[in-house]
Design a protein around this ligand. Sequence first.
Ligand code: PHE
Length: 486
Amino acid sequence: MTTQQQPRVQWLSRWGFVLAATGSAVGLGNIWKFPYMTGEHGGGAFVLVYLVCILAVGVPVMMTEIAFGRRGRGSPIDAVRRVVSESGRSSVWSLLGWMAMLCGFMILSFYVVVAGWSFSYLWKMLTGGLAGSGVDDMAAIFVANNENPFNLGFWSTLVTLATMLIVGKGVQAGIEKSVSWMMPGMVIMLLILIGYGVFSGGFGEAWSFLFSFNTGSLSSEGMLAALGHAFFTLSLASGAILTYGSYLPAGASIARTTLGVAVADTLVALMAGLAIFPVIFANGMSPEGGPGLLFMSLPLAFQAMPMGTLFGVLFFIMLSMAALTSSISMVEATVSWLVDNKGITRRTAAWGTGIVLWLVSTLAMLSFNVGADWTLAGKHFFDWLDYLTSRWMMPLGGLGMVLLAGFVLKSETFREELGLAPHWHALWLFMVRYVSPLGILVIFVDALGIARLQFGLHWPWLLGVLVLITLIGELASPRLRRTLAG
Ligand code: PHE
């Protein structure tokens, strides 16, 4: 059991938290995944559904996590245990904290490989390694980049080192200081890239690809993707936001900061689309998903344009920074837990975590070369890490958190911590009790392959189910709480 000797370190300002949490949220998910998902699943219609998911599931879960962190003032494991014991509940609930910490670590184990791609393409752009390459060459370069484990390993190791260097320096001198210049820098670069897109000639096409309201292509699959992505993009249930929340000063409003982070994250995702697709369309290419978009089409497109190399370099610097400000948040939970519980310095904790991370991520990296045949149930280690975290651990962790907050813990805890006006508190409670759990259950039903939910994702059905579980929940909850209280 931990007893923290000293008061927990805090962000120097509320902005420190907002920048760090936005840095965590804005990452490869925003720049790589979101723009393509949007174009694919119906443009404006998808954006609308995505916003609903962010508001109905993302924001309430994030508020809950930050409240847990600040109330418990510790790593996810310690914070959850403290908050739960304050309500006199079983410490078994701290398993949620363990799962979150593990989830962050597992995500990072494959994230550093993708971030490594970004760093290596930055290097290629800088040194002219892509100059004069055609479509086939680009594909070959991508394959060659992956094929050599020493090359790919070098780049992911570099990302691991950079991450640990920042985290090892501490919350204020490492994390807060680095995000305070990387985040504004990123936004400026993104704006410059959008400006470039406006003049490149493909802006109109990109705009309509992203925003034209195309309900026809919004399938239940698209809705599911939006829901799942809401978790990943807001860095939920992976220990990141909870741990950052544990450094939040007492006076800061959790609701306001959460909304700020969610809005900033969404804006960056949309802006990324407006930076990437004009360049793609101006070159008459068609948008594609997966690694091909950023690591084949985009470099090719930049190359064909005036001053393209310069803007390409800018793009990959921005992407690398976005990845780095996310990766530091994924290990902070582990490092903070080690520091609080094992009596070691932050530096030792960071390097120790770094070594384990290096081993696991190397295994993930090998999925692209030496271990191309090492599969289990058709998935590589890299894919397993992705699948387990995004399909299972994040939704399960989020579900546990909201149910704990909504039904199990004393209501004063969250009333005090969130400090909302009564009607806003009631709204939050309704969300964490019914709306968010229902949304998360939909992800599970799909992950289990029970049904592609052709009927389940139709609004009338969902609303009906929501009303039903709300009625049952409200009727049963006093009894439920009494039972759980033993
Ligand atoms: N939100 C980050 C992104 O969009 C990923 C992330 C997940 C970061 C979990 C921290 C924790 O890329």
